[in-house]
Design a protein around this ligand. Structure first.
Ligand code: GTP
Ligand code: MG
Length: 137
C-alpha cells in the first residue's frame, strides 16, 4: 500500500509543534488523507499499543499516550511506511538522525513526539482505529 498512519503524540501537541510537524510531513511529499485532533482514554491507548502489553514500558506508554490531546492522520506517498519511518527517525531521539522529526521535536524515548506505522497491515488497522470509512477516502 502507499498509505501510513501517524499520531503526533501528547508531548509534541503540548509543546506547540503540530504546525511545524505537519509542515515537515507535507514538504517531505506526504499527502494528508485524513486528519483530526482527539484524545485517547487509557483504555483506548492500551488497545492501540496492545502488541506491547508484555513489555516493561507498557504502563508508562499507556499513561503517556492518554495524558493529553494527540493528532491522528492517514498519509499517502509512494513507499509510505519506510519513507515515513525514515522521516521520524529512531525510537530513541538521542539516536535519531539530525533533521528527523524525533531529532528535532522529541525529548525522551517515552515522549518521542510522533508515531509511525511499522507495516502495511498495521497502517490499515491503525487508520481504521481512528477514522470511519467515509473519513478516509
Ligand atoms: P511508535 O511509532 O510509537 O510505535 O514507536 P516505534 O515503532 O519507534 O517503537 P515501538 O513500537 O517499539 O514502541 C512503541 C513506543 O513505546 C515507543 O515509541 C516508545 O515511546 C516506547 N518504547 C519502546 N521501547 C522502549 C523502551 O525500551 N523503553 C521505554 N521506556 N519506552 C520504550
Ligand atoms: Mg511501533
Amino acid at each position: 500500500s502507499n498509505r501510513t498512519f501517524t499520531m503526533i503524540k501528547p508531548d509534541a501537541v503540548a509543546n506547540g509543534h503540530i504546525g511545524a510537524i505537519l509542515d515537515k510531513i507535507t514538504k517531505s511529499g506526504f499527502k494528508i488523507i485524513a486528519l483530526k485532533q482527539t484524545s485517547l482514554s487509557a483504555e483506548k491507548a492500551g488497545e492501540f499499543y496492545a502488541v506491547h502489553k508484555e513489555r516493561g514500558f507498557y504502563n508508562d506508554l499507556v499513561a503517556f499516550m492518554s495524558s493529553g490531546p494527540i493528532v491522528a492522520a492517514i498519509l499517502e506517498k509512494d513507499n509510505a511506511i519506510d519513507d515515513f519511518r525514515k522521516l521520524i527517525g529512531a525510537t530513541d531521539p538521542t539516536k535519531a538522525e539530525p533533521g528527523t522529526i524525533r531529532n528535532l521535536f522529541a525529548k525522551s524515548i517515552d515522549a518521542n513526539a510522533i508515531h509511525g506505522s511499522d507495516s502495511d497491515e498495521n497502517a490499515e488497522i491503525e487508520g481504521n482505529f481512528f477514522f470511519s470509512a467515509f473519513e478516509r477516502i
